[in-house]
Design a protein around this ligand. Structure first.
Ligand SMILES: [Ca+2]
Length: 170
């Protein structure tokens, strides 16, 4: 009986810790994922439609989209976003920097979540960025990487239209 109280206290502490982890873990992750949204002007658009416009994610978790690339560029350079970050890559649906394109300021663990899975054919690394491209979502290998600041007009047959996630990897 002398050891009963400390034993019960230990069990209670362990139970509280377990409940805390169970309660906090999934809800935090869900909130983060749910916040991602895409806008075209004043409208919310489906995330899958991001690949149909010219978009940037400087305002992450909001993705701002435009029908004209120049309008996207102008919006992404607004001072009101703050100056503490920079984009690392602009990627294109077609080779030679043609077609729809996206300006990324943040890592993208699933290009499919924004309609860009298996589409990228060329890219420009900007602000000395050095994107690493992965064949699977969740940064799944194999991956490809070029020099920092590289402009790559064709990612090559092995990677063309097969890239599923990307992050800056200087
Ligand atoms: Ca393509």
């Amino acid at each position: 009986m002398l050891h009963a109280k400390p034993y019960i206290a230990t069990i209670l502490l362990a139970a509280c810790a377990a409940v805390g982890i169970i309660a906090l873990g999934p809800s935090v992750n869900a909130a983060t994922a749910d916040r991602l949204e895409a806008r075209l002007g004043d409208k919310i658009i489906p995330l899958k439609d991001v690949s149909r416009y010219f978009c940037h994610d400087r305002g992450y978790p909001t993705i701002e989209c435009f029908t004209v690339a120049g309008d996207r560029d102008a919006d992404a350079s607004r001072e009101s976003y703050g100056a503490l970050s920079s984009s690392f890559v602009v990627f294109y649906a077609d080779e030679a920097y043609r077609g729809l394109n996206y300006e990324a300021w943040n890592a993208i663990p699933d290009l499919g979540s924004i309609g860009w899975n298996d589409m990228v054919s060329s890219f420009k690394s900007v602000n000395a960025g050095r994107p690493r491209w992965f064949s699977d979502s969740g940064y799944g290998y194999p991956s490809w990487r070029w020099a920092a600041g590289a402009w790559v007009s064709n990612v090559g047959a092995a990677a063309n239209d097969k890239l599923s996630s990307v992050k800056n990897d200087p």
